[in-house]
Design a protein around this ligand. Structure first.
Ligand SMILES: NC(=O)c1ccc[n+]([C@@H]2O[C@H](COP(=O)([O-])OP(=O)(O)OC[C@H]3O[C@@H](n4cnc5c(N)ncnc54)[C@H](OP(=O)(O)O)[C@@H]3O)[C@@H](O)[C@H]2O)c1
Length: 511
């Protein structure tokens, strides 16, 4: 038995810089300790390798998710130095089987719990001008965020078809030409681009995470003076980043959108939120309706969901100040029910692909309530154009969800050899059987295995049926009645369309 060595922040920092430099094949002096690790383009294998080497040096287990929770070298080394100090003097023994140091760790303190309620602060300057708002069904100019994303592409297409408006799209890019290409390529990737509509899709260079959305003051004011309505769909959908890393884009970006809505003339804001606002344990097993309040945030663990809760609260506050707001809360969004086109990088697709490769799914109580993206986008655009929608929230939940076993039976019937195994066994396979990033679960492993809350439960545990609210979509279905917009049933035809797309584009290998 030995006593654990304590490393200072400086020592760890120098060590990390040298290993990062060698992974990236640059000089250690070129590593900027404040630069986000993500910006270095570390792939998950390189990240895992740095984690493994760091464990060896420090002599204790390092959670790979620390790389995301403390996203640059400076923050990471500070956190690791704290852990090293907490473990200083701890007993270290050698595991005879593995010859690895085994440290009897005290409880590791996670970053201080956030008070999300205190994060709900809307700039006092965001107030509509005195003249009152008059609803108009046909608008000439729309400002839209998130047009280079999955849902955004379908919103653009629907708005192009249902209105005659020009759509000013916030886009990150080097110049206007690149911005337009990015929008066009995105719509093309989902089979939605129509050259005829091209002149109505107008890129606006900017960045959600910056004041005035990263648009020049004049540009921002010009848009504020001329646009008639706003669709805010952009957000960073990162499930591993903590709240502080996502706040600028998801929370402060929403504040900037509301600023635009209040400047010069009041404009309606159609905000794409998420059913994640009800992720607090207070709602577990409860029926939540569209106009229910969502004051509880305790027990929302994902940084992404935390930002969606705060951002929607800001939108609500803006509504109370007189800005006409409508809130749309989708569940997980699945592919186009007509073509199967979907975002193959999204979490659910990667998990399904990984489980198929592993030959097993966890036998858990989970209902598939994802709604196809064409339903979600059509519903949002239709509802946004009804005067009665102002001030309301809508749930775009699938009205007839199916259990996970339905999907697995279907995957088996397609010829993929998969079985359902007990959750603990599935977790063990995740830890012991995956050794290469060829399986997407390998990269997602740290996220799937990380333990949260006092109960030390994993993310999949958190989303078990018993811990989730029952999202009612009754009022939304009433509001859509007569529109002809119906959520496609979750049946074999829908699954066939989805899988045909995934197989044709090479995401799923049927051989
Ligand atoms: N997908 C789902 O299952 C789901 C479920 C519930 C709710 N939602 C909500 O639906 C909305 C759309 O989701 P999605 O699936 O379409 O996401 P997505 O495909 O990841 O697209 C996100 C969009 O946000 C943009 N964006 C992110 N950070 C930005 C920044 N700093 N500045 C400017 N634009 C930025 C992205 O632009 P770049 O192309 O430049 O990255 C992209 O256009 C989000 O608000 C999300 O919270 C989605």
């Amino acid at each position: 038995m030995t006593t654990k060595q304590v490393y200072s922040q400086e020592e760890i920092q120098a060590w990390l810089c040298s290993h990062l430099a060698s992974a990236l094949q640059v000089e250690a002096a070129e590593v900027d300790i404040q630069q986000s690790l993500e910006d270095y383009g570390l792939d998950s294998t390189q990240a895992m390798s740095i984690v493994t080497q760091t464990e060896k040096m420090l002599g204790f287990e390092v959670s790979p998710t620390l790389l995301w929770h403390y996203p640059n070298v400076e923050m990471l080394s500070q956190r690791l130095a704290e852990e090293s100090a907490e473990l200083g003097g701890a007993d270290v023994a050698t595991d005879v089987a593995t010859d690895k140091a085994v440290v009897h760790k005290p409880n590791i303190v996670k970053p201080a719990t956030l008070d999300l309620g205190a994060e709900v602060v809307l700039d006092a300057a965001i107030r509509p001008p005195s003249q009152s708002f008059r609803f108009v069904g046909q608008v000439d100019n729309i400002f839209l965020t998130g047009g280079t994303g999955f849902l955004g592409a379908f919103l653009i297409q629907e708005l192009l078809q249902q209105t005659n408006a020009d759509i000013y799209c916030l886009v990150r890019g080097d110049d206007i030409t690149a911005g337009k290409q990015k929008l066009q390529k995105n719509l093309e990737s989902y089979g939605l681009w129509d050259e005829e509509f091209s002149p109505r899709v107008i890129p606006v260079l900017g960045d959600l995470s910056l004041p005035y959305l990263g648009i020049s003051t004049e540009g921002f004011e010009m848009l504020a003076a001329n646009v008639d309505s706003i669709y805010h769909s952009a957000a960073m959908l990162n499930y591993v980043y903590p709240y502080p890393a996502l706040k600028a884009a998801n929370v402060l970006g929403t504040q900037e959108v509301l600023r635009m809505a209040s400047l010069f003339k009041v404009k309606p804001v159609h905000y794409v939120s998420s059913v994640a606002v009800f992720e607090s344990s207070a709602y577990a097993g409860q029926i939540v309706k569209e106009d229910d309040d969502f004051q509880h945030w305790e027990g929302i663990f994902l940084g992404y969901s935390q930002t969606k809760w705060v951002a929607e609260k800001l939108v609500k506050l803006a509504g109370e100040r007189g800005i006409p707001v409508t809130i749309h809360r989708p569940p997980l969004i699945s592919g186009d029910s007509r073509t199967g086109a979907c975002n193959t990088d999204d979490f659910i697709n990667l998990v399904i692909k990984g489980c198929i490769q592993m030959g097993c799914f966890p036998d858990v109580d989970y209902m598939l309530d994802a709604s196809p993206v064409d339903y979600v986008s059509k519903a949002i655009v239709y509802l946004s154009r009804q005067k009665e929608s102002i001030g309301k929230a809508f749930h775009l939940q699938h009205p007839q969800p199916k259990p996970l076993s339905y999907l697995i039976d279907w995957i088996s019937s397609m010829g993929f050899p998969v079985e359902m195994i007990p959750y603990k066994q599935w977790q063990a396979k995740l830890i012991n059987d995956l050794s290469s990033a060829d399986n997407p679960l390998y990269t997602l492993r740290p996220f799937l295995l990380e333990k949260w809350s006092d109960e030390q439960i994993t993310i999949p545990d958190l989303y078990l049926q018993s811990r989730r609210p029952k999202i009612s979509c009754e009022e939304t279905l009433n509001a859509l009645a007569g529109s002809g917009i119906v959520c496609p049933p979750f049946d074999s035809q829908l699954l066939m369309t989805h899988s045909a797309f995934l197989i044709q584009n090479g995401f799923l290998d049927i051989a």
